[in-house]
Design a protein around this ligand. Sequence first.
Ligand code: AHM
Ligand code: MG
Length: 349
Amino acid sequence: MHTSVTTIERFILDQEDRYPEATGELSNLLYDICLATKIIAASIRRAGLVNILGASGIQNVQGEEQQKLDILANETLKNCLKHTGRVCIMGSEEDDDIIPVPPEYPVGKYAVLFDPLDGSSNIDVNSAVGTIFSIYRRVSMHGRGTVADVLQPGCKQVAAGYVMYGSSTMLVYTTGQGAHGFTLDPTIGEFLLSHPRIITPRIGKYYSVNESNFPRWGKGMQAAVRGLKGDLTEGLNGVVPKNSRYIGSLVGDFHRNLISGGIFLYPADSKNQRGKLRLLYEASPMAFIAEQAEGSATDGVNRILDIMPEMLHQRTPLVIGSREDVGFVADTVRQVGERNSGAVSQPAL
Ligand code: AHM
Ligand code: MG
């Protein structure tokens, strides 16, 4: 048993010390989220035993069936945050509207967005699922917080992270000073620093995409994915040909590629013209982490962190991971788009 370890608490405090003006509110908010995810992790571990697996029959705002653990994760996060006086407003992938802080509790200066249990269709088959979170400083001056506090571009995030409930539970987060990974030691209930300052390889080994959608992608995206496999019949500049890996759980797919190098794509297609994934709960926080790890993230062409959200549940195409690979996709989409129809200003369909 190691006796010298860095807990997430100590790490967050060390980072806070670099900002003399910091009040500690953000640090405390990050612990609140850690606590929520430890509770969620414990529930996921017990899920098979206490027979709470399976669909609850309720549909969420996206028209998808919620799993019981989705509800539990959502409630856990809200309950761990609403009374702290650190949050002015919340938004969750599982709630139709913004979530106000109840009137009996004080409000603080942060707006928090979360996807409580991403990839929840994987629960019943015991595959990786995750929680994704994103924190903004409020823009409204006072009161309970408004929709404007959550409709901010990703470049304004002050922190973002995810927790992967896999073979072990891992938390990766950034406050804009690099991306750092922690592994939950279940024997002591603490996240311990295991992956300081993650740097993702410039060129990846893997491409991760649901290729069953291939026939519905635009020509540019089809050419790009063929290129990632090493097929350059379009006459493109090459990338190192890649192996394929796809779980269908953004957190799991993203995490593997972050560590090993790779590119994850969820393009727009003729059925989902704006893509499937949500800008505020999924794309923006992952993009912040990717950039902090020296990777990048686009909607196929444009930088994710520059997109100004118009709606809470806005969707976006997402291409994220190793910088050169993401660049290759953008170049290919542009070239093929220009060849076919002139300039490309739209995200890559
Ligand atoms: P969810 O938020 O409803 O769980 O959906 C998001 C998930 C992502 O984790 C994953 O990348 C994607 O949906 C997989 O979609 P598909 O099954 O179409 O490949
Ligand atoms: Mg999700």
